[in-house]
Design a protein around this ligand. Sequence first.
Ligand SMILES: [Cu+2]
Length: 123
Amino acid sequence: MKRFGIAALVVLALFAAGCSRTKIIPQDQAHMGGDNFVQTAVKVAAGKPVKFIDDAGGAPHVLVIGTNGTWQANGNAPAQLNNNTGLNISPGNEIDVVFPTAGTYTVTCKVHPAMLLTVTVTP
Ligand SMILES: [Cu+2]
């Protein structure tokens, strides 16, 4: 019985350690590394913000609506992302961007053209 108790404690401790390492990212958060989106898709309801979070060091990201580092105009997209200047986000910063209109959008980075995020905005 004592052995079982110790074994159970070990299993519990390992389980707790495993859980604390598993980070669940909310669907409306777009985390960025030095040159990538940590996850490639986010989902949000129309009128609610996507939180763009630059967790890493390195060059700032310059986010625009589009693909391959190139802005592609989309009248339904948030104004902050829908221009060729883009939204600057520096390491350590986070910026909320409200998507007012339902639809599917892609966000890329002018500095890192391989960055691609799909934003699904539900009605
Ligand atoms: Cu970037």
